[in-house]
Design a protein around this ligand. Structure first.
Ligand code: NAD
Length: 490
């Protein structure tokens, strides 16, 4: 651990000295107002760096740069864009440790997961790089009198607004397809974890991305974020964050008729039937809520268990939770690190009182760990009902709410009785039950007898309050591109 902390300090030295600057048209620049805010480490709440406090003026400068860079980037042959984006992926891989260590210190998420998140970022660039050459392709549709050719064009400069959880990976997930499609980008990362967004743009430009194609403005949601969503030069906003922020962005973007793509919150069920492979289901249920600190949109935060096995199953999950290693994010043994920020920690801790008031049982956890940093014990609530706040609201921490069900009709009713619909996890040995449930569950993504394993060509996104639009495969291009049709006489 001490070696890792020393290495992290070496990686952070530049940020400690120079701060986290904006990055516009290939230049590292402070906010035009000269203002900064601090980013703190959730490990000990110590200051990590001063961050540029960008606003409308900075956004305007970044949009101008993205607009100026757009024609050349759009017109660059797809094969050349492919080559540049592969070079970005190579450069990310070469600096994966630096990215992971920086992100651990900035977010509190454990190295064992963050090391993979940096590599997933490279994989996102590779995947979309390979799709760049055919991004504009369409089809031919013939009628008796016409030959119609359809094709796609990049929509223009786009805004990307990202949250504080797994910020590097999520930024690449939005930015790589935008660049592959031929769009230019203005990125506004989350104020709680701004560091790796700066690394990404530096890495991308060093790898050959032309200046102005990608731009970075730090700042708060209500000023820099809002200005980006309202800017007439921005054609579309790709947003990942809370559902209520999504609805604010929709309203802010209405005047300029912004196209929006939303990946929002979740209260995702993991549904366990008594015929399931229970050993695997216990591990998966625990993994999907306690890994990444539970600060994960697709975490399985509601555990629905058939009543015949409810007591035994929840006892086993509680045992796993109580054994989880909590610690410094750079300790290779750590599974749960500190939560992102004292403000978020306060929110998560408040649900322990809410659970008690609502009459649920805290089977394990339910308390803060130590007095330094934002450490919270992995928690399981039992004796819960689906109408309780602990079953309806996104807590976004290592906190699981377990509810019993009688049969598949009741499981379905409970699973769907929330405002969210991002993902669902189903454990059963019965094909009939799996088909019955998956045909009726209100979720954008479902996994049967599996934890969340992503396959990049498949669609990613939610229904109901969990999102609008899909990412992944060609779905990302649907968002970042316009489809046009030309009819020729025949
Ligand atoms: P958040 O909505 O508070 O903030 C996200 C981003 O939006 C930040 O960059 C913030 O500065 C910006 N923002 C805030 N107000 C804005 C405004 N009025 N206009 C423009 N931008 C604004 O979310 P968060 O707390 O950073 O992240 C956690 C949330 O993200 C959770 O709800 C989680 O489920 C969700 N999330 C969803 C997915 C998904 O794929 N569905 C993935 C990760 C996180």
């Amino acid at each position: 651990l001490n070696d890792n902390i020393a290495k992290a300090e070496a990686y952070l030295a530049g940020f400690r000295k120079n701060g986290v600057m904006n990055h516009i048209n290939g230049e590292s620049v402070p906010a035009r107002s000269g203002k900064t805010f601090e980013t703190v480490s959730p490990v000990d709440l110590g200051k990590l760096a001063d961050v540029a406090h960008g606003g409308a003026e900075d956004i305007d400068a970044a949009v101008k740069a993205a607009t100026a860079a757009f024609p050349a980037w759009r017109d660059m042959p797809g094969a050349k864009r492919r080559k540049i984006l592969h070079a970005v992926a190579d450069a990310i891989e070469a600096r994966a440790e630096e990215i992971a260590f920086t992100e651990c210190m900035d977010t509190g998420q454990a190295y064992r997961f963050m090391s993979k998140a940096a590599l997933r970022g490279a994989e996102n660039f590779r995947f979309f790089a390979d799709k760049a050459p055919e991004a504009c392709d369409g089809k031919t549709l013939r009628s008796a009198t016409q030959i119609n050719t359809t094709s796609r064009r990049p929509i223009g400069p786009v805004g990307v607004i990202t949250p504080w959880n797994t910020p590097f990976m999520l930024s690449t997930w939005k930015i790589a397809p935008a660049l592959a499609a031929g769009c230019t980008v203005v990125h506004k990362p989350a104020e709680f974890s701004p560091m790796t967004a700066k690394l990404l743009i530096q890495i991308a430009e060093e790898a050959g991305l032309p200046k102005g194609v990608m731009n970075l403005v730090n700042g708060l949601g209500e000023d820099a974020g809002k200005a980006l969503t309202e800017h007439p030069g921005i054609k579309a906003i790709a947003f990942v964050g809370e559902s209520r922020t999504g609805s604010m962005i929709m309203a802010q973007g209405a005047k300029t008729l912004k196209r929006v793509h939303f990946e929002l919150g979740g209260k995702n069920p993991v549904i366990v039937f008594d015929d399931a492979d229970l050993d695997r289901a216990v591990d998966a249920a625990a993994f999907m809520i306690y890994s990444l600190n539970g600060e994960r949109c697709t975490s399985s935060s509601r555990l629905l268990v058939q009543d015949s096995i409810y007591d035994d199953f929840t006892r086993r999950v509680a045992e796993v939770a109580s054994r989880i290693k909590i610690g410094h994010p750079l300790d290779p043994e750590t599974v749960v690190g500190p939560l992102i920020h004292p403000v978020h920690e306060k929110k998560v801790l408040s649900y322990f009182d809410i659970a008690r008031e609502e009459g649920a049982t805290i089977a394990t956890g339910g308390e803060k760990v130590g007095t330094e940093g934002c450490y919270v014990r992995p928690t399981l609530f039992t004796n819960a009902r689906n109408d309780m706040r602990i079953a309806q609201e996104e807590i976004f921490g290592p906190v699981l709410t377990a509810i019993p069900f009688k049969d598949r009709d009741e499981a379905l009713k409970l699973a769907n009785d929330v405002q969210y619909g991002l993902s669902a996890y189903l454990w059963t040995a019965s094909l009939d039950t799996a088909i019955f449930m998956t045909e009726r569950l209100e979720a954008g993504m479902m996994w049967v007898n599996s934890e969340n394993v992503r396959h990049l060509p498949t669609p990613f996104g939610g229904v109901k309050s969990s999102g609008i639009g899909r990412d992944g495969g060609d779905w990302s291009f649907e968002f970042y591109m316009e489809t046009v049709n030309v009819a020729f006489p025949r």
